[in-house]
Design a protein around this ligand. Structure first.
Ligand SMILES: Cc1cc2nc3c(=O)[nH]c(=O)nc-3n(C[C@H](O)[C@H](O)[C@H](O)COP(=O)(O)OP(=O)(O)OC[C@H]3O[C@@H](n4cnc5c(N)ncnc54)[C@H](O)[C@@H]3O)c2cc1C
Length: 487
């Protein structure tokens, strides 16, 4: 039996462009002239995403409170415009970058900073969506706490929620979803209605968890204005090793051994191919790493604890285990006592790859049992179809995540869009066959819109159907965002 949520078809966006000059006047009256920028005068940082080309918008507005933000949504709805929401603009799927210079209003959340309420007993933080992760963690550090979704960019809380960010320590702490207890949202329809989902409690089964739908919605269901986050104690010590397995076959046995031995003490388990290691070195002398002889694959293993080193010697534990693993033949080499340099290398990979040519990054996750199989089959597929491409995969191996990044060398000339489409289709088909995800942690957005439809259209069309219906409930006039969750 099919249950209709809302049988009304989504209205198409208004046919005529909005009266931009009236829209600008009203937004200026609402937020003040310094908080509104028009057309070509919009600062480049709002239009230029971290990857891909620049966008355009009719107008950019920076509301300074929840009330103003809600009123912006109402004004835009009244004029028949569309809104693209933007936090720190570090997203990697173009979901925060407007593209329509006639119709789109870019709403930046960077002035939504009114609430910062720490509850030390509950270990929660009620925080406005515009706060950046770095500032939150700086303020929390003095209380021995942090919001443990950790990455090498500095996103806003709203953007992290909208993309359900994962990061390097997801293995231990989970993603944003796992660390969110409540949300406040301004809706697209009724335009500007503000409501709160959840009460910020650890346990609460007293209502449907509707707020969860907004997490990972890529800015397409509503404007998240505030969240209540679950905090974790800041580790008092970390110990990091960069480990070369004896062979690729040893990688997951090592992962299992490490997890069985230390469980929650393992806070990161990353995988790095040789090409990724080389990119991470990015001009450094390779001699300090593995005596200059880089392995084909390496694992970054981090242990961390809230206990101080005098009570629990993590470095000693890691070293002792490495000696055993070396003797048993699972591990062939390792770098220890260089925690910051190891993380520095890891965080420089993307930058190093960009210096080599055009990067085509696939943000995948796979069941662990198929992780290496995908890598092997993906490499074979690339060799057969795109021999010019160099694979430099790396990522959060411990949680099944893989940045299957490839470099199209500058010397090969431009990669035309049809070729890139063929490339993505070939690899995504393999992902689907092995039960993986085409977007592990970066969201969907326009960049993955076609791939999203193709994937779910083949794997489970009902997912498209129901997702489209839900989007229609929250945004029947398609005024918000640039991700379409329907078929
Ligand atoms: C160097 C680098 C490293 C990265 N590493 C990782 C990583 O390890 N793991 C990972 O998961 N991601 C990673 N990212 C991607 C990116 O940082 C995350 O997706 C981040 O959460 C985006 O946050 P933002 O504030 O920049 O959002 P934006 O890019 O501004 O927006 C992202 C999406 O959120 C929507 N949005 C923004 N604010 C709101 C709001 N208040 N309400 C509703 N929707 C909103 C936008 O419309 C858009 O759809 C990395 C990016 C870079 C550049």
């Amino acid at each position: 039996m099919t249950v209709a949520i809302n049988d009304k078809p989504a209205s198409p966006p208004d046919a005529n462009p909005p009266d931009v000059s009236r829209l600008i006047d009203e937004l200026t009256t609402l937020c003040g002239p310094t908080q509104v920028q028009v057309g070509g005068a919009i600062e480049p940082r709002f239009l230029q995403p971290a990857r891909y080309g620049a966008g355009q918008a009719a107008v950019m507005v920076r509301p300074g409170s929840v009330e103003e933000a809600a009123a912006v949504l109402a004004v835009v709805a009244r004029h028949g415009g569309r809104v693209v929401l933007q936090g720190a603009h570090t997203g990697l799927v173009r979901a925060a970058t407007p593209t329509d210079g006639e119709r789109e209003v870019l709403l930046s959340t960077d002035r939504l900073r009114q609430v910062f309420e720490l509850d030390l007993l509950d270990r929660t933080l009620r925080v406005s969506a515009g706060f950046r992760l770095s500032e939150i963690n700086e303020r929390l550090a003095e209380h021995g706490l942090w919001f443990p979704v950790d990455l090498s960019a500095d996103p806003s809380i709203g953007g992290m929620l909208a993309h359900n960010t994962g990061g390097t320590r997801m293995l231990r702490y989970g993603d944003v979803r796992a660390n969110t207890l409540a949300l406040q949202v301004a809706l697209a329809e009724p335009a500007g209605q503000v409501l709160r989902w959840g009460q910020g409690l650890q346990k609460d089964n007293s209502a449907l968890a509707v707020g969860q739908l907004f997490i990972g919605s890529s800015g397409s269901l509503g404007l998240i204005t505030e969240a209540t986050l679950k905090l974790s104690p800041l580790p008092r010590q970390r110990a990091v090793a960069l480990v070369a397995p004896a062979s690729l076959d040893a990688v997951f046995p090592v992962y299992q051994a490490v997890m069985q031995r230390w469980g929650v003490l393992v806070s990161a388990f990353e995988g790095l191919s040789r090409a990724a290691l080389e990119a991470g070195l990015h001009g450094q002398d390779p001699a300090r790493w593995f005596g200059g002889d880089l392995p084909d694959y390496a694992m970054l293993i981090e242990l961390s604890s809230e206990l101080p080193a005098e009570q629990l010697d993590l470095r000693g534990l890691l070293q002792g285990w490495l000696e055993e693993a070396f003797e048993s033949g699972q591990v062939s080499d390792a770098v220890l006592d260089a925690d910051e340099a190891i993380w520095g290398l890891r965080h420089h990979i993307s930058e190093g790859l960009r210096a080599q040519g055009k990067v085509i990054g696939l943000d995948l996750s796979l069941p662990r049992r198929h992780f290496m199989r995908f890598r092997e089959r993906g490499l074979a597929w690339l060799a057969a179809h795109f021999p010019e491409l160099r694979l430099a995969d790396f990522g959060h191996l411990g949680d099944g995540g893989m940045h299957f990044n490839m470099v199209w060398p500058s010397s090969a000339g431009p990669l035309d869009p049809a070729q890139e489409l063929t490339l993505r289709q070939g690899l995504y088909a393999l992902v689907a066959e092995l039960g993986g995800s085409i977007s592990a942690e970066h969201g969907v957005g326009p960049q993955l819109q076609a791939a999203y439809r193709a994937h779910w259209g083949a794997v489970a069309p009902a997912v498209l159907d129901w997702s489209g219906r839900l989007q229609t409930v929250f945004d029947p006039h398609k005024r918000l965002g640039n991700t379409d969750w329907g078929a």
